[in-house]
Design a protein around this ligand. Structure first.
Ligand code: NDP
Length: 255
């Protein structure tokens, strides 16, 4: 039977491209998001490619999400091989406007939800003596940037947990890795450009220029580049790679 991978935030952006890439590679897919129509469309695309796909329409920040998703995945395909914690949010604000609500929203979606999901699916991976957890972090998990303290803190937290769990489960066959992209061309990128334009008075081209300059390659990254690294980490042959943060940033961060 083909291995199963659970992907959160699979209805658009990076998660959608990961789903289609893994469909081409023959994985069974459990696709997760809150909004039904786009998720069903991704499911149909995966099935057209020839993959088996199921959906779970759920807000991953709800307390019942982790057990619900685990059970839906077990019912559809049996124990999962992989979990890709991709659903995430990025809202920018200066410190004065970084209120508790903003902090809480980032921590709930970018940190608590992946932790709860990981806790729910891990026992079956350990039982099967194998599994892969891939957490989509960010370059903001490795260094700070102005106006995104809530986002950066939540991604640093997820990376810290990734590294700790890699050691905790090192001899159980399960690996934990983080993928850390710079700006990727999705709705988050569009929203960021709009925000820079609104807040600074720069035009769109100037705003893009400012953000592209973060990378020595002077560019925005594509979701397919993230999907490529996720597939690499999910492979059985990647067993020796754990506790790592793989950057996709054109050389911005050296570590
Ligand atoms: P998008 O906003 O394009 O997509 C987010 C996905 O997550 C959607 O499928 C959305 O579907 C889902 N989602 C959002 N909130 C929830 C929730 N509470 N429960 C379940 N699903 C949810 O994001 P990207 O594709 O740009 O980003 C994906 C990941 O990559 C994030 O973790 C982000 O932090 C990270 N990243 C992105 C970068 C970028 O520049 N784009 C750079 C670095 C990292 P729905 O709304 O229907 O629930």
């Amino acid at each position: 039977m083909a291995p199963t991978v659970i992907i959160t935030g699979a209805s658009r952006g990076i998660g959608k491209v990961i789903a289609l890439d893994l469909a081409h590679r023959g994985f069974n897919l459990m696709l997760v998001a809150r909004t039904e129509a786009p998720l069903m469309a991704v499911r149909a695309e995966c099935e057209k490619i020839g993959a088996k796909a199921a959906t779970c329409i759920i807000d991953v920040t709800k307390p019942e999400a982790a057990p619900t998703l685990r059970d839906a995945s077990l019912d559809a395909f049996g124990p999962p091989w992989g979990l890709v914690n991709n659903a995430g949010m990025a809202e920018s604000a200066p410190l004065a406007k970084t209120d508790d609500d903003l902090l809480q929203r980032h921590m709930e979606l970018n940190f608590y939800a992946p932790m709860r999901l990981t806790r729910a699916v891990l026992p079956r991976m350990v039982e099967n003596k194998g599994g892969r957890v891939v957490n989509i972090c960010s370059t903001a998990a490795l260094c700070g940037y102005p106006y995104v303290s809530a986002y950066a803190a939540s991604k640093h937290a997820l990376l810290g947990a990734t590294r700790s769990l890699a050691r905790e489960f090192a001899q159980k066959g399960v690996t934990f890795n983080a993928v850390c992209p710079g700006y990727v061309r999705t709705e988050i990128w569009d929203a960021t450009i709009k925000n820079v334009v609104d807040k600074t008075g720069l035009d769109e081209v100037q705003a893009e220029d400012k953000l592209k300059k973060l990378s020595p390659q002077y560019r925005v990254f594509e979701p397919a580049e993230v999907a490529h690294v996720v597939a690499f980490l999910l492979a059985e042959e990647s067993h020796g790679i754990t506790g790592q943060a793989l950057s996709i940033d054109g050389g911005e961060i050296e570590h």
